[in-house]
Design a protein around this ligand. Structure first.
Ligand code: HEC
Length: 219
């Protein structure tokens, strides 16, 4: 690839229409009950498991923001081919404003990983992407970046018995910004890079501080 930093997968560059954002916000507020009594007496929450539509598409979870937050990578871009591309530059002066990659894992799988060092079946990881914005020069903010609009949403799900019949252990889904369900993508689009370069069982543990620490402690 002649040293080019490869374009990120398609899902990283989509923009969020304002209406979709509003729909998500109103969906979230329906879920929260205003009655404090109901909240304290509520039964323990059921385990989060992947939900599929009748034709095998993965449904976008509504409660992932209450899952365990494992990473907030900033401006990561992916190189196409480790063997052919030259090593990444050490100085970071050329790094442009990128996106925030907020990564969540469902709580049951988080606990299982911290205990055993393995991701169980039905592990779900969410990659929630926000455009990095610079502070408004007129405001009190002098420097730094904050997450602007949501610009992408992707998921990785470990399920060897997934409804579309594939036997690959991990499946990858791109929801864009507003799709409520998505089809598993072909292995060459997502799975192959994760398999070859991610630190552990297709997951980029190297970029998620608590998981990384737990992994190092077990070695
Ligand atoms: C060229 C390599 C590459 C390709 C291709 C790729 N990814 Fe990733 N992916 C990464 C890297 C690096 C991360 C690390 C975390 C980040 O981006 O913040 C990641 C993280 C993720 C995560 C967070 C959970 C995890 O596994 O660590 C999801 C979900 C994800 N990618 C989905 C996808 C989907 C969907 C596709 C296909 C459209 C895809 N990826 C294609 C490199 C890749």
């Amino acid at each position: 690839m002649n040293g080019r930093i490869a374009a990120s997968p398609r899902f990283l560059v989509l923009g969020l229409p304002a209406m979709a954002a509003a729909a998500l916000i109103s969906q979230a507020s329906i879920l929260s009950s205003g009655d404090p009594k109901t909240q304290t007496e509520a039964a323990p929450r059921a385990a989060a498991v992947p939900q599929y539509t009748a034709d095998g598409e993965l449904k976008r979870p509504t409660d992932y923001r209450t899952w365990v937050f494992v990473g907030a990578n900033m401006g990561l871009e992916y190189r196409d081919d480790d063997a052919k591309d030259p090593p990444p530059r050490k100085d970071q002066a050329h790094v442009k404003v990128g996106n925030f990659h907020n990564v969540y894992i469902n709580p049951e799988s988080y606990r299982h990983y911290m205990k055993t060092g393995e991701f169980p079946q039905k592990t779900m990881l969410v990659l929630d992407i926000y455009k990095g914005e610079k502070g408004d020069p007129k405001s009190v903010v002098a420097e730094g970046l904050f997450p602007g609009n949501e610009s992408g949403f992707a998921m990785a799900v470990k399920n060897s018995a997934r409804p579309d019949g594939s036997t690959t252990d991990w499946a990858y889904y791109d929801f864009g910004v507003d799709k409520q369900s998505a089809k598993a993508l072909p292995d060459r689009a997502c799975y192959d890079c994760h398999l070859q370069h991610a630190n552990e069982d297709n997951v980029w543990v190297q970029f998620y501080p608590t998981l990384r620490k737990s992994r190092q402690a077990k070695k």
